[in-house]
Design a protein around this ligand. Sequence first.
Ligand code: GLC
Length: 799
Amino acid sequence: MEPFKKFFLAVRFIGLRQVLRTVAYTGTLARLETRFPTASQTPAAKIFKPEALISAAPAPRGAAFKFKHGIELQVEFLGNTAVRLTWKPGELPVPYAVVEDGWEDVPMEVDEGEDGWRVSSEGVTLLVGGNGRLRYFKGEELFREEAPPSYQAPIWRQSAALDEHAHLYGLGERSRFNLRGGRYRLWNTDPDGSYGHGEDPLYMSIPAYTCLQPGGGYLIFYENSFDGEIGFEDQAEAVFLGGALRYVVFAEGPPEALHDYTRLTGRAPLPPRWVLGFHQSRWSYETEAEVREVAEGFKRHDLPLAAIHLDIDYMRGYRVFSVDKTRFPDLKGLTTDLEAGGIKTVTILDPGVKWDPGYDVFREGRDQGVFCQLPDGKTLRGLVWPGWAVYPDFTHPAARRWWGGYYRRLVSEGVAGFWHDMNEPAAFTAGGADTVPRATVHEMDGRKGIHEEGHNLYGLLMNRAGFEALRELQPEKRPWLLTRSGWAGVQRYAWKWSGDVESSWEALRMTVGTLLSTGVSGIPYSGSDIGGFSGSPSEELFVRWFQMAAFTPFFRNHAAKGTARSEPWVFGEPALSICREFLRLRRRLLPYLYTLGWEASQTGAPLMRPVWWRQPEERVLWDIEDAFLLGDALLVAPVVERGATERRVRLPTGRWYSFWDDEVVEGGRESAADTPLERIPVFVRAGSVIPMAPDIHGEGPKLHIYPPAGEGSGSSAMYCDAGEGYGDMRVDRFEVGWEGGELVVKRESEGEYGGTDDYGVVVHGVVAGKGVVDGKGIETRGGEMRTGPFTELRIATDD
Ligand code: GLC
């Protein structure tokens, strides 16, 4: 952002007095960086490469190699197609990202050949050259080739060849989807209240990327949280400013590779079901009365609402875990009344603790020694919303426990979920690196380290502290956290929203890519501020953003201080009616979304997926950044251009149906779709069964059946449970196919949860005649029928 604009935005957000303080903090930060230089700022003069192999020996799950200059390489097969490599020197990571290390035993071979040592599983062969060059094969096919890495203590650099057609995706949250052609910093960063296309880095970097290339792709994860950079110009280059160079290569296509990556780093637990509904937020609803008014507005306008978020102004002087009693005199009464109307309350929490000896959280933290310190033992002081603040060291188990102890205060006020912000961690500067000094000391669970390594872990571990506290505090409930920052593994604890995105058409388009990046980096739940955060959207931009967001995992309206109000009714008609339609549609889609959530908890697959997800061999799909799949059944093509009355959509090969009118569309080519303001193009993959809630009233879910083409078939599932807690569940799996002109749906069920056994069945795309449920005829009316828990449903059709 231009300095001028940045200045005004800063004054609007934090006030002139704080802006002046940022000048002071910027100076302090610069002084501290000079006073406490880190090793990476003065690296060794010499650069070493492995150069020549000295010894090689089999080791558990792999082999160990020693090269010249004290360089070592350890190769371990975690699974048949997952191989972990560790180059030393450098300290091993504290395994914050990793949950499952010891996988099943893999049959292995290690032998020496003419061209080097071969370490192979049944799935992958790694060829280790005498100079440290590595080549990875699947069968005969070379799928990755790394030049010998270089070590300039403490910095590791590595490069790998890139096929000219290779496309790269992931690296956490990025402001584009296909990353080819750029360099990306691995350093979680608050872009100062507003960002758009091309801004890098953003709040959450994850050193994991998926490579799609002719002949099959792979996913690679660097388990190294140091400041660094990954670039994809002529080659794939990775730089880490410290630590051992450790990475895992998952040699599979995207769904399988992400499955294994999330086996290593963990999967998102099933959220409480209410979170999948619509959330309304604003910086800030400043009083209890204002919150009640907003809730009332939703009711009056017949708009389903799941949650209201309270931004920083509910606190007393931005003191975390406090409540301003003048503006929220009875928070408990408020949350109870909202809850009675089906609305949950979510409150924001920022890690910066106000420096105020009169404030218990500050005092207790200081007494327990849980705040980050500088190398000289002084407590670190940064500048955030409350003014001068201290930062809990979440890499300290005692700090995590201490912090976690305070959630009780808000839980007892009826708060149902927590929104973790500013956890990059952010600090306000006037043009500096908006965070704390690189040399800040971290406990690293006893191993000790500095901020250059701890920085990217900060958000991850703040979420861990919150999640573990809530599990303990309310063992019968599922915790729900929303976060701005994180690192590999954060999916185990929190959902992710894309922060302070600008209010522009370009940013709306970019957001599709940003959320897809987040998803392929292992975080299945993400969303953006509807209409953009930092500006006041036009009615049209708001409506188009809202329509897209109705299909993103996290569906929330939020905007910055100083922007125009943006509750759906503010825009009048037609926006209000359109938002109502999409809110209702969202509610109808809940059984499908919930099923996708369950799937994510089992496989790691994000809810929102790239269009190439199931068909990565279709190269024309690799460049699509303005459409996405929701699960495998729905393809959503949001409108991201002002005034557009139609847009181009390329569907993957196969048959699709228009979601709105069941028109059959054959994929494998691009076509035009109409985009009147009330609609965005949405398509359903043939062969899908989509469980949907009834329109408004009615009992059980409806199974919407979209027949496969010709000889095709399809499988789908429906997951149900109580929507909260850890009780019984049930999964119904459906197979749909054709048998002698009849549409046949087979169902298998697993699990004890009763719920409802009364399904509505709606057949799309064909004229449904008589139905037969396990041999007994049932009535069909207008393509709809009601059945009990069938095993086989046969439907006569006119086709
Ligand atoms: C940050 C957050 C934003 C929030 C604001 C005030 O900018 O990203 O969502 O509204 O802080 O808490």
